[in-house]
Design a protein around this ligand. Structure first.
Ligand SMILES: NC(=O)C1=CN([C@@H]2O[C@H](COP(=O)(O)OP(=O)(O)OC[C@H]3O[C@@H](n4cnc5c(N)ncnc54)[C@H](OP(=O)(O)O)[C@@H]3O)[C@@H](O)[C@H]2O)C=CC1
Ligand SMILES: Cc1cn([C@H]2C[C@H](O)[C@@H](COP(=O)(O)OP(=O)(O)O[C@H]3O[C@@H](C)C(=O)[C@@H](O)[C@H]3O)O2)c(=O)[nH]c1=O
Length: 289
C-alpha cells in the first residue's frame, strides 16, 4: 500500500461521487477535494488544465459524466464534450502533473450480443450516443498514456441521485401495475460498493504500475430489468403488479444492449477486491432510500 495525500474527485454531486464523499468522511489521512460543476464545468475543456494544476492532486477520480442515455441521442455533441473531449483534457492535465487517473466507464460500450460475461478486452461496439461518447473517452485516456485505470461498471444505483431503483420505488407506490423489459440482462451495482473499491484502489501500490488499463466492476450475479424491479418491489413489499415485456414493447430513443454482464475477475485479482452479490447489496442499500 502507498500513501496518497491529495485526491481530487470530479462529479462529486452524482451517485458515485456522493458515495465516495460519504465513505471518505472517515478517512482523514488523505486530503480530499470534491469538485462539482460550479468548481469545474467540463463543458469548458480549457478550464481543466488550470484546475488540475492549481490543486496538484496525486490521484484524480473522474465520476463526472453525461449519463442521460436517451437524451444523448439528441444531445450527442454535449455528451461527446463531457464524456470524451473533457476526459481527454483531464487525462492530459493528469499526465502533465504526474497524477494517476481513475476514470469510470460503462457496460454500454458493448453491443450486447454476447451470451457470456464481457472481458475488459472484448470488442466494443456501442449502440447509442452515450456509449459511443464513453468509449471515445476511454480511447482518449489510452492514447495519452496517463498513469491510472478505467473501470467499467453497470446499472448503478444509490440513495443519492436518480436511478432505476428510485424510479421503481416511485412508480411502484403510485401505480397498480407496471411493464418492465425482461430481455435486457446485466448486473445492478450499488454505488457504495464501487466507491469502496475505488477508495481501496487509490491506496493500492498496483495503481502506480498501470497506464490506461481497463477493468470491470459490477456487483456479482445478473438479472433482467424486470427481475431487478421485482426484487425492489419485494424487498419493499410493494403490491404493484409487474409484467415482463420485450424491448420492442418499451420503445426508447436509445438502443440498449440485450446482455451486458461484465466479467470482473481482473479487478478482484489485481487489487485484492471481493465483490458483493447484487441482491444482497440491494437489500442493504434499500434501508437508506
Ligand atoms: N448511472 C449508471 O447506471 C452508470 C454510470 N456509469 C458511469 O459511472 C460514472 C458515475 O455515474 P453516476 O454517479 O451514476 O452519474 P450521475 O449522473 O449520478 O452524476 C454525474 C455527475 O457528473 C456531473 N456533471 C455532468 N455534467 C457536468 C459538467 N458539464 N461539468 C461538471 N460536472 C458535470 C454531474 O453534476 P450535476 O449534479 O451538476 O449535474 C454529476 O455530479 C459515470 O462515468 C457514468 O458514465 C457506468 C455505468 C452505469
Ligand atoms: C421506467 C421503466 C424503464 N424500463 C426499461 C427501459 C430500459 O430498457 C431499462 C432501464 O431504464 P433506465 O432508463 O432507468 O436505465 P438506463 O438509463 O438505460 O441505465 C443505464 O444508465 C447508464 C448511465 C449506464 O451506464 C448503464 O449501465 C445503465 O445503468 O428499463 C421499463 O421497461 N419499464 C419502466 O417502467
Amino acid at each position: 500500500m502507498i500513501n496518497t495525500s491529495r485526491i481530487l474527485v470530479l462529479g462529486s454531486t452524482g451517485q458515485l461521487g456522493s458515495e465516495i464523499r460519504y465513505l471518505c468522511s472517515d478517512i482523514t489521512d488523505n486530503e480530499w477535494i470534491f469538485a462539482d460543476r460550479s468548481a469545474l464545468d467540463l463543458t469548458d475543456s480549457s478550464a481543466i488544465d488550470a484546475y488540475v494544476a492549481k490543486h496538484a492532486p496525486q490521484v484524480i477520480i473522474n465520476c463526472a459524466a453525461y449519463t442521460a442515455v436517451d437524451n444523448a441521442e439528441r444531445e450527442a455533441d454535449l455528451a461527446n464534450q463531457i464524456n470524451h473531449l473533457a476526459v481527454r483534457a483531464l487525462a492530459l492535465a493528469a499526465k502533465k502533473m504526474g497524477a494517476s487517473l481513475i476514470h469510470i466507464s460503462t457496460d454500454y460500450v458493448f453491443d450486447g450480443r454476447h451470451h457470456r460475461p464481457y472481458f475488459p478486452d472484448d470488442l466494443t461496439e456501442p449502440t447509442g450516443e452515450y456509449g459511443k461518447s464513453k468509449l471515445a473517452g476511454e480511447q482518449a485516456i489510452v492514447a495519452t498514456n496517463v498513469r491510472g485505470i478505467i473501470i467499467r461498471t453497470s446499472w448503478v444505483y444509490s440513495c443519492f441521485g436518480g436511478n432505476f431503483v428510485k424510479t421503481m420505488l416511485r412508480l411502484g407506490a403510485e401505480k397498480p401495475s407496471l411493464n418492465v423489459v425482461a430481455d435486457q440482462v446485466g448486473s445492478p451495482t450499488w454505488a457504495r460498493d464501487l466507491a469502496q473499491a475505488i477508495i481501496h484502489i487509490t491506496a493500492h501500490s498496483e495503481i502506480a504500475n498501470k497506464t490506461g488499463e481497463i477493468y470491470h466492476y459490477s456487483n456479482t450475479g445478473a438479472c433482467s430489468w424486470f427481475d431487478f424491479a421485482e426484487h425492489i418491489m419485494n424487498h419493499r413489499q410493494l403490491s404493484c403488479k409487474l409484467s415482463p415485456i420485450r424491448t420492442e414493447e418499451y420503445p426508447t430513443p436509445a438502443q440498449r444492449p440485450h446482455y451486458s454482464v461484465l466479467d470482473c475477475r481482473k479487478i478482484c485479482d489485481d487489487f485484492d477486491i471481493s465483490i458483493p452479490y447484487w441482491n444482497h447489496s440491494l437489500a442493504k442499500s434499500l434501508v437508506e432510500f
